[in-house]
Design a protein around this ligand. Structure first.
Ligand SMILES: Nc1nc2c(ncn2[C@@H]2O[C@H](COP(=O)(O)OP(=O)(O)OP(=O)(O)O)[C@@H](O)[C@H]2O)c(=O)[nH]1
Ligand SMILES: [Mg+2]
Length: 624
């Protein structure tokens, strides 16, 4: 059979300024679920997806980081430039550029289009967010624009997949006519003068084709008069963060109780059905106590993400960055470091990658260095477990949960230490360098879309469960084996685990960790915890379950650890470099192992010193 599928797919690259809806369009065209968000710099890598036009042509659609110009200044913009210019090794230049414009902000969009035209490649322009433009009474004469630019223009509302037929039809027509071979690299990096000239040309075009409404929309400006106010705005931000952490702790409780009851029930059931022995121990102590003790935390993690996703979609992230700029600048951090650091609440890995939007290397490195100090969601299980076991569930001042307050304090400790370390890095490494002024677009507020929030939460739940089912599960198997074999001799005087490999390893490391108040069971848990922080919780679950034969880790901890030990363990988790994947990403993004080792070293040192101080002081105060 000879059909269209034999023809190589046409490569179509989506290019546009940040936040104009490229990824939304990419998702609409390819059916993917890449992350969209209402702030600049959501996409920092190129992503490829495939689509098929109604006429059966195959397309390889490439989503790219946003950029104002091909004159790339930061690593994410370099990705876009290199793809557009076909400079990536082993990758031909795209056959067609789809320029994406935010129809409510044509000025910067057209400037980029004019620059793209200089490359000599075929271009099609999509006027996206036409729904918002229409709502605000902004009129765009697409036919005139098409004539002026000499390229096809279509309108779209990417988030609702509206306008896709027209876009596909135009793509089909362009491809049927046959695309010209791209002219041999005509493009040269534009000078500042070129860019100014392009801006003037863009302004002329805007004047000719855009009709502004008599009464412009002032909703964003009105909301910002409060949210960006130097005092009121900061109060709003702090209140919001505070509510977020209280919610993570309190709203999740009923659901967590339910999940944990489910695992307890499963444990009981297995004990009924499977005769006692190795198999029963593997199922109950290894899998149910281990993996179950981590899955219990899913509700908390989803609540945290619900907040982050809502703020991202609303358009609040860039505002928070703006508010924090003074404080961060004081600590030697670039204003643009805010979003990478806030993303690190989810996980340091996307946070470190998001640092690509920072143009100068020095500020980028500082951001990467401190991102792992932000409290990532993998720490939530550890914190919650210890807080639940040691901090009484009381209310303070009538409204706040004491456990929620401690959680907030742990997050705050992460933030404060990140600021302190970046200040120290600036002082040690690049004292003389001034922090550049903060420039970042504040997007218009948008109503969060239920569907995209739901997709975001679902994606997170899947990542978490997959981790529990793979990394954590396999570590649990290893830990169960280590904690079970060799088995106790017949005339054993101690519980079986005391004779196991786990005990040997734990007792071997223990002298190092005794000064910070860790017992040998905790020492065992730290090593596999390098694979994923939550594993430590699962490992404690298994080790104590094998030792004590009970599934409720929290209860066992409360009876076996002193308060000083518990506090020291919490403090350890604020600082310790307990995540191998994060270190690997730092190495890749910073372009050298040096930065990885630096991060590892300083975090380990901080963890040890801080835990030591915490333990010793707590003991002096009688909590030993
Ligand atoms: N109302 C409306 N919102 C849209 C439309 N397209 C995108 N959005 C929203 O605009 C915001 C930005 O969308 P993205 O697709 O992330 O933008 P992007 O161009 O990929 O942004 P970067 O990756 O940061 O450069 C998100 O909040 C989207 O939900 C649209 O056609 N209509
Ligand atoms: Mg994007």
């Amino acid at each position: 059979m000879h059909d269209m599928t034999e023809v190589a797919a046409a490569r179509v690259a989506l290019v546009g300024v940040p936040n104009c809806g490229k990824t939304a369009l990419f998702n609409a065209l390819t059916g993917s679920r890449q992350k969209v968000g209402n702030y600049a710099g959501v996409t920092v890598e190129r992503k490829i997806g495939s689509a098929r036009t109604p006429a059966g042509r195959r397309l390889d659609v490439i989503d790219l980081p946003g950029t104002y110009s091909l004159r790339a200044r930061s690593p994410d913009e370099e990705v876009t430039r290199d793809v557009v210019m076909g400079r990536r090794a082993g990758e031909p230049a795209p056959d067609l550029l789809v320029a994406v414009a935010d129809a409510t902000n044509m000025r910067s969009a057209l400037r980029l289009v004019l620059e793209l035209k200089e490359t000599g490649r075929p271009i099609l322009l999509v006027l996206n967010m036409i729904d918002i433009a229409t709502y605000r009474g902004i009129g765009i004469d697409a036919a005139k624009l098409e004539a002026e630019l000499g390229i096809p223009v279509v309108t779209a509302t990417a988030v609702r997949k509206a306008g896709m037929e027209a876009l596909f039809a135009r793509l089909d027509r362009l491809l049927a006519e046959g695309l010209p071979e791209p002219a041999a690299n005509r493009w040269q990096e534009p000078s500042a003068g070129d860019l100014r000239a392009a801006q003037r040309a863009a302004d002329r075009l805007v004047a000719a084709i855009v009709r502004h409404p008599p009464r412009p929309d002032t909703a964003t400006a009105r909301i910002d008069s409060v949210l960006l106010h130097p005092v009121a705005g900061l109060i709003c931000l702090l209140t919001l963060l505070f509510i977020m952490f209280q919610a993570v702790f309190t709203w999740a409780q009923p659901l967590m109780g339910l999940i944990s009851a489910g695992f307890d029930f499963a444990g009981v059931l297995v004990k009924e059905v499977v005769p006692s022995g190795l198999v029963q121990s593997f199922l109950v102590d290894g899998i149910i106590a281990g993996v179950g003790s981590v899955i219990v935390f899913l509700p908390q993690i989803l609540i945290l993400f619900l907040f982050i996703l809502l703020l991202e979609d609303l358009g609040y992230m860039a505002r928070a960055a703006f508010l924090m700029d003074k404080i961060m600048g004081g600590a030697g951090l670039h204003g643009r470091a805010f979003i990478p650091l806030l993303s690190s609440f989810a996980c340091a890995i996307p946070g470190i990658m998001a640092a690509r939007v920072i143009d100068n290397r020095r500020d980028r490195l500082t951001t990467m260095l401190v991102a792992p100090l932000m409290t990532c969601s993998a720490r939530i299980p550890v914190y919650t477990l210890i807080i639940g076991a040691f901090i009484p569930a009381r209310t303070v001042w009538g409204v706040f949960s004491l456990q929620g307050l401690v959680m907030f304090a742990l997050y705050a400790a992460g933030i404060v230490s990140a600021l302190a370390v970046s200040a120290a890095a600036k002082f040690l490494f690049w004292r003389k360098a001034p922090t550049p002024p903060f420039m970042m677009d504040l997007p218009d507020y948008k109503m969060p879309r239920l569907k995209s929030i739901a997709i975001g939460l679902w994606t997170r739940a899947r990542i978490f469960l997959k981790r529990a089912g793979t990394t954590i599960f396999s570590m649990m198997v290893v830990i169960w084996v280590l904690a079970t074999f060799p088995m106790a001799p017949a005339n054993a005087t101690e519980p079986g685990i005391a004779y196991s490999f786990a005990a040997m390893i734990g007792k071997f490391i223990h002298p190092l960790l005794a000064p910070i108040g860790f017992n040998w069971q905790m020492s065992v848990a730290l090593v596999p915890g390098m694979a994923a922080r939550e594993v430590a919780v699962a490992a404690l679950g298994t080790v104590y379950a094998i030792q004590g034969g009970e599934a409720q880790v929290g209860h066992i901890l409360a009876s076996q650890w002193s308060l000083a030990t518990a506090l020291s363990f919490l403090v350890w988790y604020i600082f310790a470099p307990q995540c191998a994947s994060t270190l690997a990403v730092i190495k890749r993004e910073a372009g050298g192992a040096k930065w990885m080792w630096l991060t590892f070293g300083y975090m380990l040192a901080l963890a040890y010193v801080a835990s030591f101080a915490t333990y010793q002081i707590a003991c002096l105060l009688g909590a030993g």
